[in-house]
Design a binder for this molecule. Structure first.
Ligand code: GTP
Ligand code: MG
Length: 414
């Protein structure tokens, strides 16, 4: 199921790329034809020719954007809530450094790389810094004197994770509580995000900084897609007074209600029903551990941290399924819809210009034909005249010759 959701995006991306490939060919051919018309017959003027050339650039630019298109998901929340851990759990590998205290100190974007090697690139540099393991990556990130709103891109082999294979790009951020530049963050890293994940600490409640951040996001973006993860839910199993499941359910429903209210009444980004599908209670650390066990061929529950592992593990998978559904729908709807309507308008414009030119050519041809007909008529008239003249001349000469012959034979006889 989760595969097929992402496949929708991948298939749609391939299809639209193919269509644009055809449009590009068509635009090229037409432009060559138009250029020839311009130099040969002067049917097409300079402005028209230039307009056609601008379509070539337009289509090439759209194709480039399309080829780079990916689905971007950005993670936010307070320090230590487990943002990096959630990403690692989704990637099924410990890629991003996580730990106690303030760990992530700048924006880290994890994206797929076809070459099979792992490396990172700092903002504003083309230098590829090779990454062999997580320790080295953590060290490289620590050593870099980077500002908190700068971006480090981590290229990770696509074949190591299905989400990267399907063009999902993950953006990890420093805690929203440690920055004074939240507006810069939003402008630099959030405006093109398809999905936001707010990672909360289920042991406490949502903070003002977390709320404020998403208020600003939803002012700048119309109806952002937001998921809320109440992370560290494993901790609830260890609370002695929570042993009674009634109490646990009460805490869970309180958290759920607050999260739903936040999405519906405060941010107004979704209705009750949609919001209920966006709130989850998970344990990122446990999920990652379970997946690492699975990768070794062991049963996932070996990664369990506390009682109730199975429910939390299912809930994490449920989150991933809804997330993939949402991300592929959003990307197909927003990005591809926009591109296909631009493609449609370019080909529509070209068509009407070509119709116009065709009409002009037809008029031009008819005009030429009329001129030709007139000329032919004239020539035909002259020809008949000439023939008449020739015939008359011939007769005259014939008569003259006969007359001369007669005169000569008469003279000879005398
Ligand atoms: P910063 O990068 O500092 O903003 O933090 P972060 O939000 O990225 O948190 P990170 O993933 O680094 O996790 C912080 C600590 O919490 C790490 O020691 C994790 O192992 C631990 N942790 C993360 N998720 C969970 C969880 O679900 N349960 C438990 N028990 N620990 C967790
Ligand atoms: Mg982090």
């Amino acid at each position: 199921m989760s595969e097929s959701n992402n496949q929708v995006f991948v298939r749609a991306k391939k299809k639209i790329n193919d269509i644009y490939g055809e449009i590009e060919e068509y635009v090229h051919e037409t432009t060559q034809f138009i250029n020839a018309l311009h130099s040969d017959a002067e049917i097409v003027d300079k402005a028209e020719r230039e307009l056609f050339e601008s379509y070539v650039y337009k289509v090439a630019a759209i194709r480039e954007v399309l080829q780079r298109d990916h689905m971007k998901v950005a993670f936010f929340g307070r320090t230590s809530n487990g943002k990096s851990s959630v990403i690692n759990a989704m990637l099924r590998e410990k890629i991003l450094p996580s730990g106690i205290g303030h760990t992530t100190n700048c924006f880290c974007q994890v994206e797929g790389n076809d070459g099979g090697e792992a490396y990172l690139m700092k903002e504003g540099s083309d230098e590829k810094l090779n990454v062999v393991n997580i320790k080295q990556l953590a060290n490289a990130l620590c050593q870099e004197k980077l500002s908190e709103s700068s971006l480090v891109r981590i290229f990770w082999p696509r074949e190591r994770c299905s989400l990267l294979r399907d063009d999902v790009v993950f953006v990890d951020s420093p805690g929203v509580d440690v920055s004074a530049n939240l507006d810069d963050w939003i402008d630099n890293h959030c405006l093109n995000a398809d999905v936001f994940v707010l990672v909360l600490n289920a042991e406490s409640t949502m903070t003002r900084a977390e709320k404020q951040f998403f208020h600003t996001v939803s002012q700048k973006l119309s109806k952002p897609n937001i998921f809320i993860l109440n992370n560290r839910w494993d901790a609830s199993a260890n609370e002695p007074e929570f042993q009674e499941s009634e109490l646990l359910a009460k805490v869970k429903s309180q958290h759920t209600e607050r999260c739903i209210d936040f999405l519906t009444k405060e941010l107004k980004v979704s209705n009750e029903k949609e919001a209920a599908e966006r709130v989850f209670f998970v344990s990122a650390r446990e999920t990652l551990q379970a997946r690492l066990e699975e990768a070794k061929g062991n049963p996932p529950h070996l990664g369990a941290i506390a009682d109730g592992f199975q429910i939390r593990y299912f809930e994490f998978q449920d989150f991933e399924r809804k997330f993939e559904e949402c991300i592929s729908q959003s990307a197909v709807k927003t990005k591809f819809q926009q591109h296909s309507s631009r493609g449609k308008s370019v080909s529509g414009d070209m068509r009407s210009m070509l119709d116009n030119i065709y009409e002009r050519i037809t008029i031009f041809r008819n005009l030429k034909q009329d001129q030709k007909n007139l000329l032919t008529e004239r020539i035909q008239g002259t020809e008949t005249q000439m023939m008449q003249v020739t015939r008359e001349m011939k007769m005259k000469i014939h008569n003259m010759v006969e007359e001369v012959e007669e005169k000569v034979s008469k003279a000879l006889n005398e």
